[in-house]
Design a protein around this ligand. Sequence first.
Ligand SMILES: Nc1ncnc2c1ncn2[C@@H]1O[C@H](COP(=O)(O)OP(=O)(O)OP(=O)(O)O)[C@@H](O)[C@H]1O
Length: 249
Amino acid sequence: MKMVSEAQRQHAEAMLEGAAPVIELLGVSRVYPSRSGVVHALNDASFTIGAGEWVAITGPSGSGKSTLVNLLGCLDTPTAGTLRIDGTEVHTMGGGDLDRFRADKVGFIFQQFHLIPYLSALENVMLAQYFHSMTNETDARAALDRVGLSHRAEHLPSELSGGEQQRVCIARALINDPPILLADEPTGNLDAANQRIVAEILTELHGNGHTIVMVTHDPEMAALAQRKIALSHGKVFCHPVSNVVKLSQ
Ligand SMILES: Nc1ncnc2c1ncn2[C@@H]1O[C@H](COP(=O)(O)OP(=O)(O)OP(=O)(O)O)[C@@H](O)[C@H]1O
């Protein structure tokens, strides 16, 4: 694992101690109707995530991870409770407002990459700029450079390895400088070498002050985070902040 400098470690600790919450849930539930009544996919969840924190969301299949990710990513709204993202109550928005808010606040990193197959790596990153505001090729190339992919900018996703595709996704997630990076099993489809590369990039982003919320089944990835939010049958169990010293191991 890449070493994190003492300055970066201190920065992360400071961020954690004084962090203003960028995500706040108060009694948040998401209930789905079902033939046999209702499913409490997320049940009365209350927690905060501070700016600059790296949090891992864990839990068995069906425990509510996707439900929580959809809420945090503003892809869905709670059926009860209050969810604030960067100070704004999400349920007060809908339609185009919510789309714009999402594009501003959240950068998504998916297990399945979701790159447009007929666009180059560069164009995939620029498409995220286009949906947010205006395209800027220099910035898009810089984002690819940041994940070590400037030499692959003109390649189609099919011409890239799985690890390289995931790095394009990270560049795409970063391009509009959102306050939250939401990663859903970011290493789930990668071999060990590429898992390590993605873990290093996330570690570096966290060291630079990014807030990362990451769903993972992988204990090694979860151990990189400062805190675990474990789900079981829709209930949330927050584990205390683990020692930030982990960052330097
Ligand atoms: N649209 C829906 N309608 C009804 N029930 C749903 C719906 N979506 C999810 N559920 C139920 O909500 C619960 C939580 O589902 P969720 O997909 O959030 O779990 P998960 O932890 O992400 O699972 P996995 O790891 O298998 O993806 C499950 O019992 C699931 O069956």
